[in-house]
Ligand binder design. Structure first.
Ligand code: NAD
Ligand code: MLT
Length: 310
């Protein structure tokens, strides 16, 4: 059987795929047209978050049995199309959560302490603190939207900074809120009104896409600071741009944009926004975990074995 690796995964994952009698092709720079042209040859495909596995793709992928998503979110994969065709979709939900949580903290600190701007200024050979005064985390209220794997790791880390944590997640128990020391808010409005900072950690779904927009920013305290290391669009980008220009939001740390790759978002022009190009899971450890886990799962699925994250 043939496996197409269409986005970069760790070499250890490739080595695992190569151990059996699979033919493994690594083709990382295919155009959409090229991908659609060759996909009928393949029994499995391995992707990260860029490749769109949608109806157009399934119609061409006539031999496909398995989609391996080397990562957490499956929002780039249309699940219904896979289900009706009996295609197994596997992902690696816990493999990169520590990296994503740590990146969230990095974006938070970088944005509220002007680390990236300070770095740029000094590299431009200007030694000046002008306009770079930050704020402390200690004693402030952090609103966490989504208290799943990554949201809860972020909560644990923020406790160490002496923050007061509040959270909105209608799908989990009170016990989980208590376990992570987060005060439950029954609705997003209450969270927006009380928070000094917010960080979002929900999947991208119809319900969460745009869940923080103009209306929510109107409810916020002036000077709110936001982080999105989950998925582009959970915080509406145009609304965030407006809220920053109106002085409602004082800073933002953003790892993900609605359209990726992206070099044209208006957020790129704002000094108080720190951006990274979807680096949340880009560590040696996470990529090792994700690459080896997805390879195991693809092999298991092609062999007709039980797969834990199918
Ligand atoms: P998870 O499934 O463990 O947790 C998500 C939480 O969101 C759940 O507790 C769920 O109840 C909650 N939730 C769902 N809908 C909600 C809603 N409408 N309002 C409030 N809460 C809601 O997911 P996770 O592994 O913690 O991942 C969180 C996000 O991080 C996902 O979007 C994932 O794709 C993303 N992610 C990004 C990177 C990156 O590189 N930036 C890396 C890994 C994961
Ligand atoms: C994920 O959902 O796992 C991340 O966004 C990382 C990735 O795209 O590989």
């Amino acid at each position: 059987m043939k496996v197409l690796v269409a986005e970069k995964i760790a070499q250890e994952g490739i080595d695992l795929l190569n151990q059996g009698d699979l033919t493994v092709d690594i083709k990382l720079d295919l155009t959409r047209e090229q991908l659609l042209e060759i996909i009928p040859e393949y029994d499995a495909i391995v992707v990260r978050s860029v490749t769109k596995i949608n109806e157009e793709f399934y119609e061409r992928a006539t031999n496909l049995k398995v989609v391996g998503r080397a990562g957490t979110g499956v929002d780039n994969i249309e699940m219904e199309g896979a289900t009706i065709r009996g295609i197994i979709v596997v992902n690696t939900p816990a493999a990169n959560n520590v990296s994503a949580a740590e990146h969230t903290i990095g974006l938070l600190l970088s944005s509220i302490r002007n680390i990236a701007r300070g770095n740029q200024r000094i590299k431009d050979r200007a030694w000046s603190r002008e306009g770079l005064k930050g704020v402390e985390l200690q004693g402030k209220v952090m609103g966490i939207v989504g208290l799943g794997r990554i949201g809860s790791l972020v909560a644990t880390r923020l406790q160490a900074f002496g923050m007061k944590l509040i959270g909105y997640d209608p799908y989990i128990t009170d016990a989980r809120f208590e376990r992570f020391g987060v005060t439950r808010k029954e609705n997003l409005e209450d969270l927006m009104q009380e928070a000094d900072f917010i960080t979002v950690h929900t999947p991208k779904t119809e319900e969460t896409f745009g869940m923080i927009g103009d209306e929510q920013f109107k409810q916020a305290k002036k000077g709110l600071r936001v982080v999105n290391c989950a998925r582009g669009g959970i915080i509406n980008e145009e609304a965030l741009d407006r809220a920053i220009k109106e002085g409602i939001v004082a800073s933002a740390g953003i790892d993900v944009l609605v359209n990726e790759p992206n070099t044209t978002s208006p957020l790129l022009d704002l000094d108080n926004v720190v951006l990274t190009p979807h680096l949340g899971a880009d560590t040696l450890e996470a990529q090792y975990n994700v690459g080896t886990m997805v390879a195991h799962e693809v092999v298991q699925a092609l062999n007709g074995e039980m797969v834990p994250n199918a």
